[in-house]
Design a protein around this ligand. Structure first.
Ligand SMILES: Cc1cc2nc3c(=O)[nH]c(=O)nc-3n(C[C@H](O)[C@H](O)[C@H](O)COP(=O)(O)OP(=O)(O)OC[C@H]3O[C@@H](n4cnc5c(N)ncnc54)[C@H](O)[C@@H]3O)c2cc1C
Length: 446
């Protein structure tokens, strides 16, 4: 059944938090950790937890910023040693275990076969947690949330049974798995994912501006982003004292990429750009290097986010202090276009807006924890007038709770949970007070 590690064992802390990406690690103490390496280990683990009266927490890639996998008194089932990938050329479906890294492992595996799946931007993110919470992968703007590409999942239920879930079998579990994130009440052993052809051409525009032009550039970008080709991922990042605007085009030819990126040349202060690279050849590999440099391992992270809504002038004015006032040199903020908004299929994931904004405070001194958290909470609270809600992927409910799902979807999720996991064997969302999240924006609460 894999190896069980208990408190007091020599490798207890390594098993408990060694695979947690964020160096700001929690003190929470599980009852035991099961290091699983086969599907049967996962079934055995759930059954063991039932026998011993433990609740269950799960870890796939270990990239939850809030270390959701580390829960007091629960059995932590760690899937790190269970890594499999298989591609079926007939159906064009790839089957992967949840700890497989979307960029580092799945992308090259599929590229060799001429196929593509939009895993997380940082190449080391595990597909497990990423897909369960929606999955904002490459070009989510034009190609949709990664969870929309799940054809089926294999799940160990709270009863300890291994079942397949899809639109036609166990469809309640399938519905919930696409968006519940850490509130999911089953253990996914495998994802069956639809793939698309690997993009024939990858070209990129990069413009760097000083903050003197922040309001002009961001008001302009907000005004035009919905009109840009759906094959372009559009991101603005505050990085080391500058504003970087990028368009990453994934197209059928370099010419098509150049055309798709052309609107980015219409910025009213383009002649003031400190760096101006227009439609240059790019690659996922070079992006991966940049992501790893921006998100270095071994650092402490405090992360928060908001779905933004409002006019270009209102939103730009509201985000200016966040972008231009970051408190540590390595910290960064992203403005990620999702416009024009695509209609979502019927699934638990149901909260989005035209602009996603996430802040990553990166630092190394534990003495700064409180000060930096307070700084970020203050900035995010100021954004309330232009905030629609939050995305699970960059959230920590112990610090701040907002709406993360449509109200009807959240009610349905709780109904399904009551049927599928009536004894709450799976730990569910980690909140500050131990109660289920309220799923409301505090300023809208009755
Ligand atoms: C450097 C970095 C870059 C990131 N970039 C992106 C990005 O581009 N887009 C994006 O959308 N997100 C991104 N994220 C957020 C990331 O997707 C989430 O933190 C996600 O939860 C990580 O998945 P994981 O499997 O690695 O994490 P884990 O910490 O292993 O899992 C998180 C939680 O998901 C649940 N879970 C995981 N696997 C299973 C399973 N098999 N069965 C049941 N429940 C499970 C558990 O509740 C678990 O505690 C990034 C995070 C980091 C650290």
């Amino acid at each position: 059944m894999g190896r069980l590690v208990f408190p007091g064992d020599a490798d207890w802390d390594e098993a408990r938090v060694g695979r947690v990406f964020n160096a700001r690690r929690p003190d929470r103490q599980p009852a035991a950790v099961l290091l699983a390496s086969t599907e049967q280990d996962l079934v055995d683990g759930v059954r063991l937890a039932r026998e011993r009266g433990w609740r269950i927490a799960v870890r796939s890639g270990g990239h939850s910023w809030a270390a959701w996998s580390v829960r007091d008194d629960a059995l932590l089932i760690d899937l790190g040693g269970y890594r499999e990938m298989a591609y079926d050329p007939e159906t064009e479906i790839v089957s992967v275990t949840p700890s497989v890294k979307g960029g580092l492992e799945l992308r090259p595996f599929l590229a060799e076969r001429g196929r593509f799946f939009g895993g997380g931007h940082c190449p080391t993110v595990g597909v497990g947690g990423f897909l369960l919470q929606g999955g904002q992968g490459y070009n989510a703007r034009g190609w949709g949330w990664a969870a929309e590409q799940i054809a089926a999942i294999d799940v160990v239920t709270a009863e300890g049974e291994l079942v397949r879930a899809s639109e036609t079998e166990n469809s309640d579990l399938f519905w919930a798995a696409r968006g519940a994130g850490p509130g999911f009440f089953g253990l996914v052993t495998r994802f069956h994912l639809r793939t698309r052809p690997f993009p024939a051409a990858i070209v990129e525009t990069i413009h760097v501006y000083s903050f003197d032009h922040f309001d002009t550039v961001m008001t302009w970008l907000h005004g035009i982003h919905a009109t840009i080709s759906p094959d372009v991922e559009i991101v603005a990042v505050s990085e080391r004292g500058n504003l970087v605007v990028t368009g990453f085009a994934l197209t059928s030819s370099a010419e098509a990429g150049r055309e798709a990126l052309a609107p980015l040349e219409t910025c009213p202060v383009i002649d003031k750009a400190l760096v101006r690279e227009t439609a240059v050849p790019s690659s996922f590999e070079s992006h991966a290097e940049r992501q790893i440099a921006a998100n270095p391992e071994g650092f402490r992270y405090i992360v928060d986010n908001a779905w933004l809504t409002g006019s270009p002038a209102e939103v730009t004015k509201a985000i200016n202090p966040l972008f231009t006032g970051l408190p540590t040199e390595r910290s960064f903020v992203i403005w990620f276009s999702m416009a024009p908004l695509r209609e979502l299929p019927d699934m638990a994931f149901s909260m989005q807006s035209e602009i996603y904004c996430a802040t990553y405070l990166v630092y190394d001194d534990p003495a700064d924890d409180r000060r930096l958290r307070d700084w970020l909470t203050a900035r995010m609270t100021e954004l309330a007038p232009v905030t629609a809600g939050q995305y699970l992927g960059d959230s920590d409910f112990t610090a701040r709770e907002m709406r993360f799902m449509g109200a009807a979807q959240y009610a349905r999720l709780r109904e399904i949970r009551a049927v599928r996991d009536p004894e709450s064997i799976f730990v569910g969302y980690l909140t500050g007070d131990g109660e289920p999240p309220r799923n409301v924006n505090p300023w809208e609460a009755p």
